[in-house]
Design a binder for this molecule. Structure first.
Ligand code: NAD
Ligand code: DAU
Length: 332
């Protein structure tokens, strides 16, 4: 199978590309990535020489680049996105462009080229905050922030290409991923790396917001399963089944690093901060997936990875990142 992966140089995409090359000797991967601030060639340095892997530097909003990269692909797995909620709260233009217009460009090209499978990688954020119980795939979309709204719009376009054009689209909606190669703007790598640097860990609001944590390698296995055995036109929730309050996650990270809780710095809440996400994942469980990694073991492995990969994350926390950090966290 020849797969076009978009956003393969980002966090989940790079883990997925590595997973596919390691587990499917007969598969080839083309990675189309614009290399935004979140895309990093270092994430896939180890597979660069694999003859089954090809990197294409390009924008998913550029129809000609997309057509070239997609030519001959049996399937598309679409990760490319602006992915950070706080950034979308500061300005959402790029979110609209990439997550909606870019997704449309990919869908339309896939239809033209008659691609056999299109996996739209989406998020539990499209359901909005879940006070009780767990979101099911047929639930109404109720996104709270501009990032989530842009992902919901992409999902609706993807659905429409299935119902109207018969493009074999599948949507995955996963909960919060954590693991190696995550850009340090996100809570887990930010807190781990700040703690290593003995810097404050900025915890939003009362710290009691709940996220359902999913180890990135478990998500890659789920997406792989959906790609090969999912049903056309279906949506699959992918939840880790581990609901943890942010304050508890923060304390666990500090404990794993042997750092004091005095590093926790309560700061003003994120506007529109969803209180809780929770997914009903029975559909993908029925397909044969369940997370293989326990939260405790995966968090320990993740902390160990950032500890031993300072050369990967230290350069990312300089320059542009410092300006973002000052804007995001000053006056909080
Ligand atoms: P990321 O920000 O780490 O990576 C995004 C990648 O997309 C980068 O490599 C970037 O260069 C690339 N990209 C951005 N705009 C592009 C464009 N216009 N053209 C081509 N490439 C472009 O994101 P991530 O955390 O790995 O998330 C990947 C996907 O999974 C996203 O669609 C996101 O919405 C979804 N998702 C993420 C999580 C999570 O917890 N991280 C959970 C659920 C769903
Ligand atoms: O739920 C899936 C989503 O998970 C994905 O769709 C997004 O792409 C991904 O970024 C992630 O979104 P979150 O907003 O949940 O992740 P983030 O790591 O930014 O924040 C996790 C929680 O931690 C959230 O409740 C906000 C809080 N937080 C975050 C940051 C960056 C803090 O308390 N302090 C912080 O500095």
């Amino acid at each position: 199978m020849k797969i076009l992966v978009t956003g393969g140089s980002g966090f989940i995409g790079s883990n997925f590309v590595r997973h596919v090359l390691a587990t499917h000797p007969d598969h080839a991967v083309v990675n189309l990535d614009k290399l935004t601030y979140a895309g990093n060639p270092e994430n896939l340095r180890d597979v660069e020489s694999d003859r089954r892997y090809r990197f294409v530097h390009g924008d998913i909003c550029d129809a000609a680049a997309v057509r070239d990269a997609m030519a001959g692909a049996d399937a598309v797995v679409h990760f490319a996105a602006e992915s950070h909620v706080d950034k979308s709260n500061l300005g959402a233009d790029e979110f609209l462009r990439t997550n909606v217009s870019g997704t449309f460009t990919l869908l339309d090209t896939a239809r033209e080229l008659k691609v056999g499978r299109f996996v739209q990688v989406s998020t539990d954020e499209v359901y909005g905050s879940i006070a009780r119980g767990a979101a099911r795939e047929a639930d109404l979309l109720n996104p709270s922030n501009p990032y989530a709204a842009s992902k919901a719009a992409g999902d609706l376009f993807a659905r429409s290409y299935w119902t109207t054009h018969g493009l074999p689209v599948i949507i995955t909606r996963s909960s919060n991923n954590f693991g190696p190669y995550q850009y340090p703007e996100k809570a887990t790598p930010l807190f781990i790396t700040n703690a290593i640097e003995d810097r404050p860990l900025p915890l939003y609001g009362d710290g009691r917001n709940v996220r359902d944590w999913l180890y990135v390698l478990d998500n890659c296995e789920a997406i792989d399963l959906v790609l090969h055995r999912g049903r056309d036109g279906e949506i699959y929730n992918i939840g880790g089944g581990t609901e943890v309050e942010n304050a508890e996650l923060t304390r666990r990270i500090l404990r794993l690093l042997g750092k004091p809780e005095s590093l926790i710095q309560p700061v003003r809440d994120r506007p529109g901060h969803d209180r809780r996400y929770a997914l009903d994942s029975s559909r993908i469980h029925d397909l044969g997936w369940t997370p293989r990694h326990s939260f405790d073991a995966a968090l320990e492995a993740t902390v160990a990875w950032y500890r031993t990969h300072e050369a990967w994350w230290r350069p990312l926390k300089s320059g542009q990142f410092k300006a973002y950090y000052a804007r995001q966290y000053s006056n909080r």
